[in-house]
Design a protein around this ligand. Structure first.
Ligand code: CDP
Ligand code: MG
Length: 709
């Protein structure tokens, strides 16, 4: 056990030639970027700029090996092609020194746990090494990522490094988007995608290597995949299984795979000074903005990474920051603001990786994507408000909610470490040392213990895994969550009273959707409205980003939106009308602008719809259109969403029926202002913030919508 880690460790502690060379190179790179010449940009305007400065207490230093920082100058070589430059860059990554040793370890073991600091090259290099060593002659190298953005951006990077077009030899597949071809040998995909692939390909026979990357994130799909792979290797001795993780929890992963060896890639981390605020910050966004500006005008060159909780928060912060900078009217050096979140269009994603121009500074406003999945070079300062948006699920009320919660100590340290990759860094924590020590948990709870399991149970059942209680989970879910999932699937008709998968269940499992949505689609066959229902399913899957509402034109935008609601048909039918009108106008962009509808969301809905249409063929449902029979459409919706019904109360609020919970119709719903309020409604989702809000609501008419299943 851990032979490799010991060997690595030994090598890491004795200084040896290549490592020094590597360090020199890294420092050379750092010196190029943070060269001494552009210090002039630091003005001393800042006293009158920020009266609301934030006080940080004296720093503590974490993690760094001690070393002398010397500035080195290396000559820029310009005669090289992009491919050559990228090849050189590959050789500067920490993992490069261990290439051969790693390949030997893979050769000798079926399962290997690979551990290495974020940015050491695991994700981008390991699949390439395996390809170069010939593994791809026997099958693809598949590498899973917990996040879509990471899968796409890493595939883009690796295809550049290999000098091929993305989608050919190197591709990615994420839900509703398959960017691979017959030529693909290295495939990046979301963990959820590989999980779905197992349904159609239980042996995963087209893969020679499966790399479960970012395993420390412990997403639901990763956990289930690990369980299935553990089982798979019992009867398929050939595929290699690599599990890679950013230091945390490696032993646990190794133990789970019957003491699989751990291969450690020694990282080089530079010291990071950690500053805490002296008093708790009540407004962390504001505190983050002030801190960014403080860093910008007082600190040496180097880019800034700010961790925020979601898209909306990031966009708001960007706006305020821009506004503040404009207010300073050219008195400070250029600050380039780059947002980074899951739904960011790909063209903007690449901007993040572009080197910062001389004299300017980049500030990346990111969600937790930037914690481990994506590494941005040149970050020297991290601003950490200490929050993350996490999904939590309460099995007794069956309500799932996304809540902004404090991060764990492990994540706080991971975030801080992002500043010390290419040189010494600084991390500004917008919380006190006390709250770090006393209030933060050590580790994050794995997703399997805080989520709704209906989808996963359906997948496992369709793989023939019936005994879920004895399934070998790394960390088992709460029994109550499992029972609720079984109950729901039974109510939807996916399982029979013995808990066995029914024909309906088997067909539902074909759809990469929540079971209630899949059921709605299966039911549409009976009501002859599959055409409309897959449109509605696609529009619902896009999320709440169909309409936009610019500040200066809110009234116009609201009027445009309400046009689709005429007759108070409910939000589902309104979504259908939006899509159909767009389709009638030949999917026109202008139509979207005129109606305050987001082009990008509509395109995505169209892609999803196309896929659902293909899946309909797989389950042998004919495309049938019944656009004028709103009752038929509502019946199909009800077949899937009856567990989400709610009844009007005297005070105008609603009570959900299954686990009584007070909720209101979300203000964005077309039914929000309708009086008298409908007596019964069904909703797509319940959002819990301070109050419960139902989103995407349709009136339920019990006398009309009686369904039989
Ligand atoms: O997986 P791990 O965190 O060990 O490292 P990686 O993601 O393979 O990153 C290795 C290097 O590739 C880093 O220096 C990144 O900056 C770079 N990279 C990039 O430039 N663009 C990407 N889309 C992904 C990685
Ligand atoms: Mg990685």
């Amino acid at each position: 056990l851990q032979r490799y880690s010991q060997e690595n460790l030994a090598e890491n502690t004795k200084p040896f030639k290549e490592q020094d060379a590597w360090e020199e190179h890294q420092m050379g790179k750092a010196a190029l970027k943070y060269g001494s010449e552009n210090k002039k940009q630091i003005s001393n305007n800042y006293q009158f700029v920020f009266e609301d400065q934030i006080d940080f207490i004296d720093p503590s230093v974490i993690d760094g090996d001690k070393f002398d920082h010397q500035e080195m100058v290396i000559e820029k070589k310009t005669s090289k092609s992009v491919l050559e430059i990228l090849q050189d860059e590959r050789k500067t990554l920490p993992i490069y020194l261990y290439r051969d040793e790693l390949l030997r370890a893979v050769e000798n073991h079926q399962v290997l746990v690979i551990v290495g600091e974020t940015g050491s090259g695991k994700t981008t290099q390991v699949p390439q090494y395996l390809h170069e060593a010939g593994y791809t002659k026997r099958g693809k190298v598949g590498c899973t990522q917990p996040r879509r953005v990471a899968a796409m951006s890493v595939a883009a990077r690796v295809s550049q490094e290999m000098g091929v077009k993305i989608g050919r030899e190197v591709g990615y597949s994420i839900r509703f988007e398959d960017n691979t071809s017959e030529k693909t040998v290295v495939e990046y995909m979301t963990d959820g995608m590989l999980l779905r692939n197992i349904i159609s390909q239980p042996n995963l026979s087209s893969y020679s290597v499966i790399m479960v990357d970012e395993a420390h994130e412990r997403t639901l799909s990763t956990d289930i995949l690990l369980g299935l792979l553990k089982d798979l290797i019992k009867y398929r001795p050939d595929p290699k299984v690599l599990i890679s993780s950013a230091t945390l929890d490696a032993e646990k992963l190794s133990n789970y795979f019957d003491l699989a060896p751990i291969f450690k890639i020694p990282g080089r981390r530079y010291p990071v000074e950690v500053h805490y605020t002296t008093v708790p910050e009540s407004e962390y966004i504001d505190a983050a903005i002030v801190t960014v500006l403080q860093i910008h005008v007082t600190q040496a060159p180097g880019d800034i990474l700010v961790f925020l909780t979601g898209q909306e928060e990031i966009e708001t912060t960007k706006e305020i920051l821009n506004h503040r900078i404009r207010g300073l009217g050219g008195k400070i050096a250029e600050l380039i603001i780059c947002p980074l979140y899951a739904n960011l269009p790909i063209e903007l994603q690449t901007k993040i990786f572009e080197p910062t121009p001389e004299g300017a500074r980049k500030v990346v406003l990111a969600t937790n994507i930037a914690e481990t999945s994506l590494t941005i070079d040149g970050i020297k300062y991290v601003v950490d408000p200490g929050f993350v948006k996490v999904k939590s699920y309460n099995p007794s009320t069956e309500v799932e909610s996304l809540l902004v919660s404090p991060i764990s100590k492990a994540l706080a340290n991971q975030r801080a470490g992002r500043s010390g990759r290419t040189g010494p860094g600084k991390c500004f924590r917008l919380y006190t040392l006390d709250s770090y020590q006393m209030e933060m948990d050590d580790n994050t709870v794995p997703e399997i213990q805080r989520t709704n399991l209906a989808n996963v149970v359906l997948i496992l059942k369709s793989l023939g895994i019936d005994d879920l209680v004895n399934f070998d989970f790394i960390d088992p879910p709460a029994a109550e969550s499992l029972i609720k999932a079984l109950e729901l699937l039974f109510a939807l008709g996916a399982l029979n009273k013995f808990g066995e998968l029914t024909k309906v269940g088997r067909r539902m499992a074909e759809f990469p959707l929540d079971p209630m949505l899949s059921k709605m689609i299966i039911a549409s066959d009976k009501y002859r409205c599959s055409d409309e229902i897959i449109t509605i399913a696609a529009m619902l899957s896009v999320g709440n980003s169909i309409f936009y509402r610019p500040k200066e034109k809110q009234v116009h935008a609201d009027n445009a939106r309400m046009n689709f609601h005429s007759g108070n048909v409910g939000d589902h039918i309104a979504l259908l009308r939006v899509y159909n009108s767009w389709r009638e106008c030949n999917y026109s962009k202008q139509w979207c602008y005129d109606n305050y509808v987001q082009v990008r969301s509509m395109k995505r809905a169209r892609d999803i719809r196309d896929q659902l249409e293909r899946l309909l063929k797989r389950v042998e449902i004919e495309i049938a259109s019944n656009v004028n029979d709103l009752n038929a459409i509502n019946k199909a919706i009800t077949s899937g969403f009856f567990p989400h019904s709610a009844r009007l109360q005297k005070d105008g609020s609603y009570l959900t029926i299954k686990h009584p919970q007070t909720a209101r119709i979300h203000p964005s719903s077309g039914l929000a202002q309708v009086l008298p309020r409908p007596r019964w409604v069904i909703y797509h989702e319940l959002v819990l913030t301070t109050k419960g809000y139902m989103r995407q609501v349709t009136e339920l008419k019990p006398e009309l919508h009686i369904i039989t299943s």
